[in-house]
Design a protein around this ligand. Structure first.
Ligand SMILES: [Fe+2]
Ligand SMILES: [Fe+2]
Length: 247
């Protein structure tokens, strides 16, 4: 039994692709076939695969059905996190999605999933992504209005993450693996509301995605920070090979 994770599949079986660069980049060419083949080789029926957000380019559930059916047909138990591009997943409709896809997919938000002794907790997260003003390659300033707006979104997402941790704690869990779609910190930070929460609840690992394209792979924490392991699992950074998180 193993736990795997990967994010940013950005499937588009039905919907128009909003990022044409995705088709031009050789890393993304037929990525859905390569990813399925990798899963079929690696993942057994009793394994769990966490899809760390940005599943589909579809603008609503009808436009995502084939993308979600593709995910449901992958081996193992599938847990989905909400990404910034997942327009089909209204924040208030997580329960309705869990009812609709019961036994096929589990949508993680304001809830948790059990994995052996661990609780899998998570939320979309948020982080300030600029605009940054540069002198040469050095950041000398940034848009402070955008930063203030981002802080509000960070607060809301931190509250959702707390609900997830507390639900698991109430059921007796004390070991946590924490998932975010957005990186836990902005490129200006080493600590954030999310790293503070990971530390407060004693999460063993923080897994995140969203940073794709090679120039973004090192935007946030990697490796150990204050005793917690931080790992980026965006699909292109892993060349579509799910990362093993726990045996
Ligand atoms: Fe993405
Ligand atoms: Fe994203």
């Amino acid at each position: 039994m193993s736990l795997y994770a990967i994010g940013d599949l950005h499937l588009h079986f039905q919907s128009e692709l909003k990022a044409p660069g995705q088709l031009r980049d050789p890393v993304w060419r037929n990525h859905e076939t390569l990813f399925r083949q990798n899963c079929e080789k690696m993942i057994r029926p009793d394994d769990t695969l966490v899809l760390v957000g940005d599943h589909s380019w579809g603008r609503n559930l009808a436009e995502c059905e084939q993308d979600l059916a593709y995910i449901a047909a992958l081996p193992g138990r599938k847990i989905l996190l909400r990404g910034n591009h997942d327009m089909f997943w209204d924040a208030k409709k997580t329960e309705a999605l869990n009812l609709r896809y019961a036994g096929k997919l589990f949508f993680l938000q304001n809830n948790y999933a059990a994995y052996r002794d661990w609780a899998i907790v998570g939320t979309k997260g948020y982080t300030f992504e600029g605009p940054f003003y540069l002198r040469g390659r050095r950041i000398v300033d940034w848009d402070h209005e955008e930063e203030a707006h981002a802080e509000k979104l960070v607060e809301r997402e931190a509250e959702r993450l707390k609900v997830s941790f507390e639900a698991a704690k109430a059921d007796g869990y004390s070991r946590f693996i924490m998932f975010l779609h957005y990186p836990p910190t902005s490129i200006l930070e080493k600590n954030s509301a999310f790293t503070a929460m990971a530390e407060k609840y004693g999460a063993e690992q923080v897994i995140y995605a969203h940073c794709h394209g090679e120039h973004r792979f090192h935007d946030s924490l990697e490796g150990r920070h204050h005793g917690i392991q931080y790992t980026l699992v965006s699909g292109d950074s892993l060349r579509w090979m799910p990362m093993k998180i726990l045996e």
